[in-house]
Write a protein that binds this ligand. Structure first.
Ligand code: TRP
Length: 327
């Protein structure tokens, strides 16, 4: 368990919400304790959907600062920006030659994006090959994946197996790690919390806008003097994210006792969320005021990532014949 190498790439998208935090960032940050964590910001992948260079550069630094303030620890983990280890594009090219077009054509994520109106360019089409290179280049054992990325991971396994069978054992065939508690994190309208549904609670927004959103969390119309249902209750489910087991039971008991007013619970929740992120907010302000430090951390991370990649890249060059002499 201890020496598993776990890798994940997190898209640098602005305005993190608590669904991102509890669904993906916190589990990732917690993995640092028991595993060797490799985590990077996939800015080459971002090019498949973003053409505003200034925005991408800014989002990259900000996402790094957000991650660091929320507990990514560069002493324990390797944390870098994808394009700072451009060798990954070399591996992508090599892997392109063991990847069948048919497999890429079956990618549901690609098909979805195209059906939603994105241009079907080659970068978008070969996205899973670059993602495979990300994974294989660092000898990754395990990749934590959500439902939407499962098929990409299967492709990475297929490509690794194909390369190994053609050129001899070279790559670790990665395993998916499906989060145990894939419990849905509801947004303020009760659907899954997602930017595209416009139902999020931001981690680092202002307190007034947080309060406004929390007050508008949908609730049923059970009268105050009747017990409340908790299983599908967005207010209960969101509040629970911030509680330990004992506190959650206490909250449940309150919901089940007559007299509970949703509006009072909401007011309470605003403060709970605000206080929960207070230390992170402070750290984040420090990092936003000192981007030099953030950039230095990323550069140091890239050096460590490059060192981990080196033996794999050397083996690939040798086995494929790209290395042709004693160089
Ligand atoms: N495709 C992933 C996403 O959109 C990001 C990603 C890129 C990634 N490379 C990766 C995830 C390698 C895990 C491993 O979320």
């Amino acid at each position: 368990m201890k020496n598993r190498r776990v890798l994940s790439g997190i898209q640098p998208s602005g305005n993190l919400h608590i669904g991102n935090y509890f669904g993906m960032m916190k589990p990732m940050i917690d993995l640092q304790a028991e595993n060797e964590l490799f985590c990077f910001l996939p800015n080459y992948h971002a090019l498949t959907s973003q053409t505003d260079g200034e925005a991408l550069a800014r989002n990259t630094v900000e996402a790094a600062a957000d991650f660091l303030s929320l507990g990514m620890d560069p002493e324990k983990s390797v944390f870098w920006v994808q394009s700072d280890v451009p060798e990954v594009t070399e591996l992508t090219w090599v892997l392109n030659n063991v990847t069948s077009v048919g497999m890429l054509e079956r990618a549901t994520s690609y098909k979805d994006k195209v059906s939603r109106g994105m241009t079907a360019h080659h970068g978008l089409f070969s996205y899973p090959v670059l993602m495979t290179a990300d994974i294989l280049l660092f000898g990754t054992d395990v990749v934590p994946v959500g439902k939407d990325q499962k098929q990409h991971l299967e492709m990475a396994r297929d490509i690794a197996i194909k390369f190994n069978s053609l050129y001899g054992e070279t790559f670790v065939v990665p395993e998916p790690l499906i989060a145990e508690t894939t419990s849905l994190i509801p947004g303020i309208d009760g659907q899954k919390m997602s930017k595209s549904y416009n139902n999020t609670l931001e981690i680092f927004g202002g307190k007034d806008s947080l309060a406004k959103k929390v007050m508008s969390i949908v609730t049923d119309n059970t009268p105050p003097d009747e017990p409340k249902e908790t299983e599908h209750n967005a207010l209960f489910l969101i509040y629970s994210l911030f509680l330990n087991e004992a506190e959650r039971s206490a909250l449940e008991a309150r919901f089940q006792s007559p007299g509970l007013k949703y509006s009072e619970v909401k007011k309470e929740l605003v403060d709970v969320i605000w206080e929960f992120f207070a230390p992170y907010r402070e750290r984040r302000a420090g990092l936003y005021g000192d981007t030099e430090t953030v950039i230095q951390i990323l550069k140091d991370g890239a050096e460590k990532a490059r060192a981990a990649a080196e033996p794999y890249l050397r083996a690939v060059r040798k086995k494929t014949g790209l290395k042709y002499g004693d160089q």
